[in-house]
Design a protein around this ligand. Structure first.
Ligand SMILES: Cc1cc2nc3c(=O)[nH]c(=O)nc-3n(C[C@H](O)[C@H](O)[C@H](O)COP(=O)(O)OP(=O)(O)OC[C@H]3O[C@@H](n4cnc5c(N)ncnc54)[C@H](O)[C@@H]3O)c2cc1C
Length: 385
């Protein structure tokens, strides 16, 4: 693709930021439009698996992230009541070498800040909520709620589970509520009163689960994130504060060690878990989707952001190297190379079986979105086994 085309990315989430950074490195002009007025350090952690870290390497921020993030010695799955270890995946240097990068935990706010440092100054236009878009004669016209207008030759919809760009492409359809909410809490490790916890542990209950991990190298911040049944979600907000007693009660009967962690959280929020059925249309004309905008996933493999980031890496390669000046060809290669993988991740996320027992993570962690050979659409499988 010619490098002087104007590319607009809608949404400065992890997928949008990664895509913008990689496109800039390939020589494209990119503007990101984000509805929020600024980035905030919301209370949440995130796992960055080796497949993600390999993309961060190409953005030049892998070392910064490995310096600030916590390197868990293992991912540990434990049974909710007895604490029996169901599965343990060690992250020692040989395993890191095998996967091709480290596995780390970071604070999402810290990750965003590091990602922003990988972009050209002024790339993100904050306070720009996309209201409407229309493609005329190969140019996409964008209108924002603040009254601003913009034009682009290509638009990448990285605007998350309630994507406006997806609505433009596929019509209005609400995401599917899973019947579960996730509790999230971030608090100082000092509140554990010396209780030793493993760096990254998932406690598997019956119909519910909860993950506990440190988010920073210095182990001074703890993050817990759960999934528990919750009949309905009617709020238009993306999260609500959660009553602390109700949070503690949700883990009644769990192992005493986990109960002690839960009881230490001073403030808790509650997030609805949404997803959508896979679709096989990710683009039309000069507009394309990535990440949660096209395949929102339940967070039970900790891979929603990972898939958005990988999408961005493969899309950037397709735009740079495939299709000459025809976006439709680049987009068809992109979708054909990504859909089998995102469909598989979605299937396992819905089943919530990842790491519950012995699991071979190679197909997920060894993948390098920046180097994997790209297959022509007629050669790509529809779904990975
Ligand atoms: C409880 C929970 C825990 C999770 N844990 C993990 C984990 O450990 N690892 C992992 O890989 N994934 C995890 N995920 C999934 C992950 O958060 C998402 O899959 C990921 O953030 C998707 O990235 P994205 O860039 O596609 O969308 P988002 O991160 O949702 O970003 C979309 C951006 O677009 C902006 N936007 C939206 N609409 C507009 C508009 N109209 N105009 C302009 N801007 C707009 C939004 O403000 C936002 O900044 C978790 C999810 C949940 C709910």
């Amino acid at each position: 693709m010619r490098r002087d085309i104007r590319i607009a990315v809608i949404g400065a989430g992890l997928g949008g930021m990664t895509t913008a950074g990689l496109l800039q490195r390939a020589g494209f002009k990119v503007q990101v439009f984000e509805q929020a007025a600024a980035f905030s350090r919301i209370g949440a952690g995130i796992h960055l698996s080796p497949n993600v870290m390999k993309v961060m390497r190409r953005l030049g921020i892998e070392t910064t992230l490995t310096d600030i993030g916590l390197h868990p010695d293992a991912f540990v799955s434990r049974k909710w009541d007895t604490g029996e270890v169901l599965f343990e995946l060690p992250f020692h240097p040989q395993n890191e070498a095998h996967f091709g990068a480290a596995y780390i935990n970071v604070h999402r706010g810290d990750l965003h800040q590091v990602l922003e440092s990988a972009l050209d100054h002024g790339t993100v236009a904050f306070g720009h909520k996309l209201r409407a878009m229309e493609e005329r004669h190969g140019i996409v016209h964008l209108a924002f709620e603040n009254g601003a207008k913009a034009e682009a030759d290509l638009v990448i919809g990285a605007d998350g589970v309630n994507s406006r760009v997806r609505e433009y492409l596929l019509g209005t359809e609400k995401p599917r509520y899973s019947g579960h909410v996730a509790h999230r809490a971030v608090f100082p490790a000092a509140l554990l009163n010396g209780l030793p916890i493993r760096a990254c542990t998932k406690w598997w209950g019956e119909g519910s689960h909860i993950l506990v991990y440190y988010m920073t190298q210095a182990r001074e911040e703890v993050y817990v994130v759960s999934s528990v049944p919750h009949r309905e979600w009617t709020s238009p907000q993306s999260f609500l504060p959660c009553d602390r007693d109700a949070f503690i009660a949700a883990f009644d009967g769990y192992h005493p060690e986990l109960q002690q962690v839960v009881a230490a959280a001073p403030e808790v929020t509650m997030w609805p878990v949404f997803d959508r059925e896979p679709v096989d249309c990710w683009s039309r004309g000069n507009v394309v989707l990535l990440g949660d905008a096209c395949h929102p996933l339940r967070p039970y493999m900790a891979s929603g952001a990972a898939m958005a980031i990988e999408d961005g890496a493969v899309l950037a390669r397709c735009l740079a190297d495939i299709g000459h000046d025809d976006p439709a060809t680049a987009f068809s290669w992109y979708a054909a190379n990504r859909m089998p993988r995102t469909n598989k991740v979605q299937r396992i996320s819905v089943a919530n079986t990842w790491f519950r027992g012995p699991t071979d993570p190679d197909w997920l962690f060894c993948y390098d979105a920046c180097a994997v050979p790209l297959l022509a659409p007629q050669e790509a499988p529809r779904e990975l086994a």
